[in-house]
Design a protein around this ligand. Sequence first.
Ligand SMILES: C[S@@+](CC[C@H](N)C(=O)[O-])C[C@H]1O[C@@H](n2cnc3c(N)ncnc32)[C@H](O)[C@@H]1O
Length: 304
Amino acid sequence: MSKYPHQPPQKEHHVPILLDEILNELDIQENDTILDGTIGLGGHSQAMHQQLGKTGHLVGYDQDPNAIAFCQSRFSSYPNVTLINDNVSHVHPSTSKHTPKKFSKILLDLGYSSYQLDHQNIGLSFLQDGPLDMRLNRNTEQNSASDILQSYSEQDLSDLFFNFGELYQNKRLVNAIINERQKTPITQTNQLISLIKKSYFFHQNRRKMLKVFAQVFQALRIATNDELGHLERFLAQLSDITEEKAVVVIISFHSLEDRMIKQFGKRKEGPFKARYKKVITPTQNEIEQNSRATSAKLRILDKK
Ligand SMILES: C[S@@+](CC[C@H](N)C(=O)[O-])C[C@H]1O[C@@H](n2cnc3c(N)ncnc32)[C@H](O)[C@@H]1O
């Protein structure tokens, strides 16, 4: 049972990022078998599907049931689209009965849709008050962000902000969290925001303050949804789930994920190699049209 009531999105609250670059790099053929591992509201999938023929197939995964509900309606008239509400790290045929055969093209657009950030009210964004939940799939036994703040030891909280938020000075914040939770559970984003404000001297420097907010929220999102663990497990399956000459494109939004993908593309062992040394980033024009694209980084992996 969901802890909070949510409505699936009613319209496309998300602009697909780096779309032209992705279509260009994937070079979709009529009979491709495509995996969109993070289908979201289906913007990229819609464009990829347009290039598929009747013999092609697109499989879309999303761990958020609302995203899948939206895509079920968006793709209802396409018989060659299969939608699965699960984490894409479970795509391997040994754990998924849905995966049709090997994939020739794969897209991961990691992170969160604008709908999830702005409208889902699960505490993903520090820009609005809401329950400090952050779980993309609330039908799991997984800890919410609030549970993490309530239960982690002092050292674990410090490691979380250090490793996942790259927030190296976090002692005062960790102490503030521990003091607060002894009085009352930290269940709202605004509670966390005021603890951050009490723990740092921003000297009216708004940029600095927003940066720390972003680091704290990023750390909690990564931990709550085990983002790095899922990506690592997904990459470990890539060889098994892909055809020869498969192409994998991945957009990431923080340096921890990007580092993992970059290292994967550099490995001597295994059939995958990075197509380019350099990362592809959105043009200034795209960033002006869609500020969510600002931190996007695209890497392409080719299978031998
Ligand atoms: C940035 S959005 C994707 C937007 C999509 N490309 C579009 O054009 O609408 C990322 C989506 O991936 C989902 N997601 C993130 N990590 C996931 C994972 N490991 N497995 C399944 N879904 C994931 C999120 O729930 C979210 O809906």
